[in-house]
Design a protein around this ligand. Structure first.
Ligand code: GDP
Ligand code: MG
Length: 370
């Protein structure tokens, strides 16, 4: 339910907070300026002061991302977004690094690889694939918990010399719950004692039926260390992506998801945004969670300053008012007034939630003291 702090209400009414507290006291309510009152109480209070009540509902302020669905004809193919999951030490980080090394444009840029939480690879066939660089199912579930379903494909890494471990099984369950297609990367095939066939058999027990077992889950034997079969894995991703027919409208106000964010000593608040739809541009005004801002600079995963970032592109954004949380949505809005309106509305909602306690009425206060 709608609620507001006495402080915020006093600001909006242009009255002293202490006067509101006094009036509430007369209405049998003991609250301090920092506490929250519900909308009905607020309305009574406002009328008591002879002001006119204007309630603003969430629908009046919030950005309705479901409302403006992009028409089919505006959609263009976009790169798949891939997350790597698997048990600890099975080679997630090694595989992410090895796949990053396959990028054919990284060399041209001559840049030092920037770890910004996601990177894009262009394969030798010209296909683009975006990898989330925050392996592990914590990141995956945390993002999902915030309603961010950015992953199109999960790569399940299983070490061929170790087999299915607890986090492997967790990853399978999370992936199934999310309804995201999976590709199995059987890693460390260079090692003595590697037994890929055993992995395929064990996967059956968890209803992951790979192609070699007449199922429809692609499996690829790789070695992240020796860089074996990485091209096969990329092909498998490209094939899966084709089946998904991933599309987005690049010609609209951008919407993206925070992959990671931090306060940088020199640059201030910095967030890595994965653009979901639209094109993010330098100069764009936006809201992200309870923060707002204006894009001062965009830096890609190769450390290069860019002017724009389209769907499925990860990009570092500078020019935020504060540090947002991973999984929050960035939305470009018309102007700074609108950005401030949405951000301050969300801040109030967050404050109300933090301070929400039922205002004690005098009777209960006194009975508590007696
Ligand atoms: P993570 O915990 O899943 O991120 O695993 P890491 O990428 O950190 O790898 C764990 C260990 O396995 C490291 O010592 C890697 O060098 C090693 N490793 C990863 N991939 C391979 C591989 O394909 N072959 C071999 N022999 N070792 C590997
Ligand atoms: Mg790791």
């Amino acid at each position: 339910p709608e609620a507001i702090t006495v402080q915020e209400l006093s600001k909006r009414m242009g009255e002293k907070g202490a006067d509101l507290v006094k009036t509430l006291f007369k209405m049998d309510m003991m609250v301090t300026v920092n506490q929250t009152i519900d909308a009905d109480t607020a309305e009574l209070l406002v009328e008591e002061f002879g002001h006119i009540v204007k309630r603003v509902s969430e629908a009046d302020v919030e950005i309705d991302t479901n409302k403006d669905v992009d028409p089919e004809e505006t959609l263009k193919p976009r790169a798949p977004v891939v997350t790597i999951m698997g048990h600890v030490d099975h080679g997630k980080t090694s595989l992410l690094d090895a796949l990053r090394g396959t990028d054919v444009v990284a060399g041209e840029a001559g840049g030092i690889t920037q770890h910004i939480g996601a990177y894009k690879v262009t394969t030798k066939d010209g296909a683009e694939i975006t990898f989330l660089d925050t392996p592990g199912h914590e990141a995956f579930t945390e993002m999902r918990a915030r309603g961010a379903n950015v992953t199109d494909i999960v790569i399940l890494v299983v070490a061929a010399d170790d087999g299915l471990m607890p986090q492997t099984i967790e990853a399978i369950n999370h992936t199934k719950a999310a309804g995201v297609p999976m590709i199995v990367a059987i890693n460390k095939i260079d090692k003595d004692g590697a037994n890929p066939q055993k992995i395929r058999e064990r996967l059956l027990e968890h209803e992951v039926i790979v192609e070699a077992m007449s199922g429809d889950v692609q499996d690829v034997e790789v070695s992240a260390l020796k860089k074996l079969n990485l091209d096969k894995l990329l092909d498998a991703i490209a094939l899966q992506a084709e089946l998904l027919e991933l599309k987005a409208n690049p010609d609209r106000a951008a919407e993206g998801t925070v992959v990671e964010a931090k306060l940088d000593k020199g640059r201030g608040p910095v967030a890595t945004i994965l653009v979901n739809r639209g094109t993010l541009k330098v100069g764009d005004v936006f809201v992200v969670g309870t923060e707002s801002g204006k894009v001062r600079a965009l830096i890609d995963d190769k450390g290069k300053q860019v002017k724009t970032a389209g769907p499925a592109s990860p990009v570092e954004v500078l020019g935020l008012s504060g540090v947002p949380s991973a999984g929050e949505t960035l939305s470009v809005v018309e102007n700074e007034a609108r950005a401030r309106e949405v951000a301050s509305y969300r801040q109030e909602q967050a404050t109300s939630r933090r301070t929400a306690i039922a205002p004690a009425n005098l009777d209960t206060m006194f009975s508590a003291l007696a």
